[in-house]
Each structure stands twice: as C-alpha cells, then as structure tokens.
Design a protein around this ligand. Structure first.
Ligand SMILES: Cc1[nH+]cc(COP(=O)(O)O)c(CN[C@@H](CCC(=O)O)C(=O)O)c1O
Length: 307
C-alpha cells in the first residue's frame, strides 16, 4: 500500500491526498491514453535533498504527451517547479514522484473530443522496488510469454499508461510462476526490457544494452552508460538474444524505481556466479553515489531542495 503524503498537486492546486479524485467516466481510465513519469528524490551527502535528473524526466513527460497528441496545459518549468513544491509541502527528504497527465471526463467514445487534459503530481516514500535483498543478492527472472510491443502498435518511446497493460500481464505471469520479474522479448525475438526496467549484460568486461528500438529510453540507462564510459568501460547498444543473456558474465536491470538490480538467474539458468558481479557492484555503487551527490562529476544531474 502506498504510504500517503499530505498533499497532491492537481491541475495547479495542492489538494489533500484523499481529495484527489476523478469521475469514473474519466477518458484515460477507460482507454489508457495518458502519460506518466517515475522520478526519485534522495537525501544527499551534504544534508540537503535532490531530485535525480528532474528536467530530463519532465521533458520526457512532455515528449510522451506529444507522441500521444496530448497538450499539457502547463509549461515544463511549471511542472518542474510543481514537483519540487509538492516534495517540500509533503516534507519528503527522499521519495518517489509520480506525475500523471490524463484525459478527463466529458465525451465518451474512443475519440477524446474536447475532454480536458488534466495533470497531477503525487509523491510518496518508496524503498527498493524489488525488495532490499534484491539490490545485493539479485533476482530470478523468467522470459515472458508476452512480447514487448511492436514499435508501430504501441508507441514505446512514450511512457503511456496503456503500454503498462503489457507490463502487468508479464509481471503477474512471472510472479505467479515464482519469479521476481519478467524479461520481455521484442516481436523479432530479441531481448527488449523488463516490465518497468531496462536491461544490461556484461561479457568479457564489455557492457551491452538494448538499442532504443522497442524500449523506453530510460534515464537510468542513459546515466549508467555515461558512468560506465567515464569508468573506462566499453558500452555498446546492440540487439542481443536470450541465450546471449544466459551465457553473460553478469546482467542487471535498471530504472528509477528499480535503481540497479542484479539478475542472478534467467529461465532457471544461473547468470555468471549467480550473484551481483564486479561490474554491476561498481555501477550500483557509483549510481547511488551520484544520486546522493557524492560525485562532483554528476552534480549537474541533481535538483537540490531543502525541507
Ligand atoms: C518499461 C520501462 N522501461 C524502462 C524503465 C526505466 O526508465 P527510467 O526510470 O527512466 O530509468 C521504466 C521505468 N519504470 C518506472 C515505473 C515503475 C512502476 O512500477 O511504476 C520507474 O522505474 O519509476 C519502464 O517503465
């Protein structure tokens, strides 16, 4: 259950958490054409708090909306500032931030007509997405019976609400079968991503990730590619197959919620030593150092605020 905060920013106003309600004929509730973001704020080493790559996330929210043809009735700056305001009014030194843009109620039917475009921003404390142990011990993964979207069926560069029915089907199937997460292949059979994360594999110290074909352009993915290259690693964006993953030395998922989560097993095949490997350990350490303001090189990725 989400731990409630006091206020939610809703269409430009801060309202009480329980008052942030919509009508059951809200268009996006029925047809899924809405977009959202997942962003994290962290307590930093110098006592302040900071949101990680806030601007990139807000820009992606606007890009997602543009792809779906939704016009957000606020500017990037207004949403950027509203996110910081919502964190502060809720006294959250660290936590998860969920902006959502959706089509309100009015006309029904597939065409959204002139229904209003609404925006809300919720914030709440959210620990390790896949469990505290997962960050260290890694997780067990199953290749899903569901493919990731064909790139001309759902718009995969848009973090669109409706895209996540695909994620839900895969995640529920994997968990019911006793696994922690689902790995999804694209419609050509190459590895795509997980239900809420991008994926990296490591082989002979070369780090590989899926190109931006069927996947969400993850901000954690981009950050880890930069950090890995700064550490001197070769990082390639290249399609790879599930059996290349099976014989990798290491593999890990990444995302705002999942942070950097090692994969210890896929389809009952142990990956590498079956635990967090040296490269994953280093990147996870550097990632957490960066988000908490411990590395001057990446302080430009932080929007600081104080409670
Ligand atoms: C499909 C998908 N792929 C990759 C990522 C990683 O993107 P980024 O966060 O920019 O590095 C996410 C984020 N998933 C968000 C939603 C999780 C949820 O369960 O809700 C998140 O990590 O916040 C995805 O949903």
């Amino acid at each position: 259950m989400v731990q409630k905060a006091e206020k939610i920013w809703f269409d430009g106003e801060l309202v009480n958490w329980d008052d942030a309600q919509v009508h059951v004929l809200t268009h996006t509730l029925h047809y899924g054409a809405g977009v959202f973001e997942g962003i994290r704020a962290y307590a930093t080493v110098d006592g302040k708090s900071a949101v990680f790559r806030l601007r990139e996330h807000v820009v992606r929210l606007f890009d997602s909306a543009k792809i779906l043809g939704l016009t957000i009735p606020f500017t990037v700056e207004e949403i950027h500032d509203a996110i910081l305001e919502t964190l502060k009014v809720n006294g959250l030194k660290e936590g998860y931030i969920r902006p959502l843009v959706f089509i309100g109620d009015g006309a029904m039917g597939v065409h959204p007509g002139s229904n209003p475009i609404r925006v809300c921003i919720a914030t709440w404390p959210w620990g390790a997405y896949l469990g505290e142990e997962a960050l260290e011990k890694g997780i067990r993964v199953k290749t899903s019976s569901f493919n990731r979207h064909h790139v001309n069926v759902m718009m995969t560069k848009s973090k669109a609400c409706g895209n996540y029915v695909n994620s839900i089907l895969a995640k529920v199937e994997a968990v019911k079968d006793g696994y922690d997460e689902a790995l999804m292949l694209d419609t050509s059979g190459f590895v795509s991503e997980a239900t809420g994360e991008n994926i990296f594999i490591v082989k002979d110290n070369i780090i590989k990730t899926t190109p931006l074909t069927s996947v969400l352009p993850g901000i954690t993915r981009a950050s880890l590619m930069k950090v890995a290259r700064d550490l001197g690693y070769e990082v390639v964006e290249q399609l790879f197959t599930r059996d290349e993953l099976y014989i990798a030395d290491e593999a890990f998922f990444c995302g705002t919620a999942a942070e950097v989560t090692p994969i210890c097993e896929v389809d009952n095949r142990v990956i590498g030593e079956g635990k967090r490997g040296p490269v994953g350990t280093l990147l996870q350490k550097e990632y957490f150092n960066a988000v908490k303001g411990g590395n001057d090189k990446y302080k430009g990725w932080l929007d600081y605020y104080e409670i």
